[in-house]
Design a protein around this ligand. Structure first.
Ligand code: ADP
Ligand code: MG
Length: 263
C-alpha cells in the first residue's frame, strides 16, 4: 500500500475497468425508469477516459456502479477481472460538491479515510503527502469555510488520493468552479494523474475539458444512455487548447451531441 508520490511514483498503481453489457433501471413511484442500456466500455490500466452526455442521461449512475455504491440491473462491472461488489477505498468517487466535514480541519478531512480504516496512526505522513500533491500544505489547519471552491475541491481530491486509489472516478468535479479556477484545476488533475498513474474515469459536461484531459472520450445518448460515439485523443500532454486538431475534435464531438458551434 505504498503511496505514490515523487520518486515513489515509479510504483504505478492502477487497474483495468471493464463495463460489460451494463443496463440499469430505477423504480420511481412504481414505474420502471430505464437509465443505462447495454453499456460496453473497457478502460485500460492508467488510461484517462472522459464521459460526456446530456444531463439526466445516466452518467452519475454509471460512476456509482463503478464505485460499487449500486449494483447494475443487468451486466457486470469488473476491476482487473474481479467483480466490483462494494465500495472500496481503491476505487474512489469524487463528487461535484466536495462535501467536506465543516467541523474538521483540512488535515482531518483528508485523514478521514485512513482514520476509518484504523490506519491513521502509522500513516500520518500520507495525509501530509496528499496535501502537498494538491498544494494545500499551508492550509492543513484551516476549516472548510475558510477555503475557496477550488481549494475545497482540492481537499476532496487529496482525500481521495490518500486512500491510494487505483481507479479515480470523478463526477463533474469542476462543474461548480469559476472558469479560471477550473482551468487551473484541470492542469492540476492532469499533473496528478501523470505523477500517480491511477486509472481515471471523468464525467464532465465540458467538451473542451474532456478533449484536453482524456485519452479517450465516450459520448452517451439521452436516457437510457447508450454509447453513441467514441473518440480517441491521440495527442501527448501537454496539450494546447487552440491545437487545430483538438479544435476539430471538439467540433465533431459537439456535432455528435447535436450542438452546432454557430451562434
Ligand atoms: P446524469 O448524471 O447523467 O445527469 P443520473 O445518473 O444522475 O444522470 O440520473 C439518470 C436518471 O436517473 C435521471 O432521470 C434521474 O432522475 C434518475 N435517478 C438517478 N438516481 C435515481 C434514484 N436513486 N432513484 C430514482 N431515479 C434516479
Ligand atoms: Mg450527474
Amino acid at each position: 500500500m505504498a503511496f505514490a508520490s515523487g520518486a515513489a511514483a515509479a510504483q504505478i498503481r492502477n487497474v483495468a475497468l471493464d463495463i460489460r453489457a451494463v443496463s440499469h433501471h430505477y423504480d420511481l413511484d412504481g414505474q420502471k425508469l430505464d437509465v443505462l442500456d447495454g453499456i460496453e466500455l473497457s478502460v485500460k490500466p492508467g488510461e484517462f477516459v472522459a464521459l460526456l452526455g446530456p444531463s439526466g442521461s445516466g452518467k452519475s449512475t454509471l460512476l456509482r456502479l463503478a464505485a460499487g455504491l449500486e449494483h447494475p440491473s443487468a451486466g457486470k462491472l469488473l476491476e482487473d477481472g474481479a467483480q466490483i461488489g462494494k465500495p472500496d477505498p481503491s476505487h474512489i468517487l469524487v463528487f461535484q460538491d466536495p462535501t467536506l466535514f465543516p467541523w474538521r480541519t483540512v488535515w482531518r478531512n483528508v485523514a478521514t479515510g485512513l482514520e476509518a480504516r484504523g490506519l491513521l496512526a502509522q500513516h500520518r505522513h500520507r495525509v501530509d503527502e496528499a496535501l502537498a500533491l494538491v498544494k494545500l500544505e499551508k492550509f492543513a489547519n484551516a476549516y472548510p469555510h475558510q477555503l475557496s471552491g477550488g481549494m475545497a475541491q482540492r481537499v476532496a481530491i487529496a482525500r481521495a488520493l490518500v486512500n491510494d486509489p487505483q481507479l479515480l472516478l470523478l463526477d463533474e468535479p469542476f462543474g461548480k468552479l469559476d472558469s479560471l479556477t477550473r482551468l487551473s484545476m484541470q492542469n492540476e488533475l492532469l499533473a496528478l494523474w501523470r505523477k500517480v498513474g491511477f486509472t481515471a474515469l471523468l464525467v464532465t459536461h465540458d467538451v473542451e475539458e474532456a478533449i484536453l484531459l482524456a485519452n479517450r472520450v465516450i459520448v452517451l445518448s439521452d436516457r437510457p444512455a447508450r454509447i453513441i460515439a467514441e473518440v480517441a485523443v491521440d495527442k501527448p500532454h501537454p496539450r494546447r487548447r487552440d491545437d487545430p486538431d483538438l479544435v476539430e475534435l471538439r467540433r465533431s464531438v459537439l456535432a455528435t451531441l447535436g450542438i452546432s458551434q454557430d451562434v
